[in-house]
Design a binder for this molecule. Sequence first.
Ligand code: HEC
Length: 260
Amino acid sequence: MNPRTPYTFVINRSVIIFCLLIWLPVLAAAGPMEDASETGRLLAILLDTGRAAIAKKQDLINDASKANKGFTSDIFERQVAEEFQQRTGIALANLDAAQVPAMAKPLLGRLMQESKKTIDTYQSVINVPGFAYKGLIPATFGTETAARFQSWSGIYMKQTAPSHLVRNPRNKPDEYEAAVFSKFTTTAPPEAPDTVFTEVTDEGKYVRVLLPLFYQRACLACHGEPKGQRDITGYPREGAKEGDLGGAISVKLTPPAPAE
Ligand code: HEC
C-alpha cells in the first residue's frame, strides 16, 4: 500500500444514506479524520452551489439591455441555501441543529458570508446596462470567494482542473490533484452527482477532498464547441461535451485534535 494513503474512501449520496442508517447511533463518535473529510465535502459543495447559482443567472447578468438585475447577495443567499439543502439535506439557517461536524459549522457560515461579499463587489458592475460581459461568472466567483475564505480560515480551497484544461495558471493542479484527476472517470456517473474523492495524506497531517465538476449544458457556452473559438470571456473553447469532467473543487484540511 502507498504509505501516503493510509486509507481511502469515496462518499456519494447513496453511501451517505446507507451510512446514516447504519451509523446514526454512533455519528456523534465519528473521528477527527471523518469530521475533517465531511467538512471538506460540505465546503466544496457549498462553493459549487454558489457557482451553479451564478451559472443559472448568467443570461440575466449578461443582459446588456437591462440596468438593475435584482441579483442581490440576499437573493443569491436564498437560492444557494435552497440548493445546498437539496444537495445535502442540511438547512444552513439552522446549522446548530444540523447533523454536521462541529468544526464545519463556523466554516460553512463564513463561506456563505464570503460568497455574498463576492456578489456584493459585483453589484455596481452588473447593474450597468450597455455591455454583456461583466466578469461575474462561476469561475471568477469561485476563485475570489475561495481565496478570501482561505485567507480567513487558513484552509486551502481552490478550483482546479486537469492540466490540459486549465485556463488560469493560478488554478493549475498541484502534484496531488493532478494524480487524483488521473483516477477520476472522465464522464459524470449519472446516479451519484456529488461523489467526492477524499483521502488522509502526509501520515495523518491532512485530509484532502476533491469534488469533481462535470460540464453541464450552461457551461458549454464557454467550454464547449467549437473548439478553439473564443468565448465571451476571450478564452478559446475547450470543445467539451455535456457530462465531461471539467475540473474539481479541492479542499485540504488539518483534522481537529481528538476530543479528550
Ligand atoms: C461565461 C463563460 C464561462 C462559463 C459559462 C463557465 N466557465 Fe468555467 N471558466 C471560464 C473562465 C473565463 C475561466 C478562467 C477564470 C479565471 O481566469 O480564473 C474558467 C475556469 C474554470 C475552471 C477552473 C480551472 C481553470 O480552467 O482555470 C473550472 C473547473 C471551470 N471553469 C468549470 C466550469 C463549469 C463546470 C462550468 C459550468 C457550471 C463553467 N466552468 C462555466 C469561463 C466560463
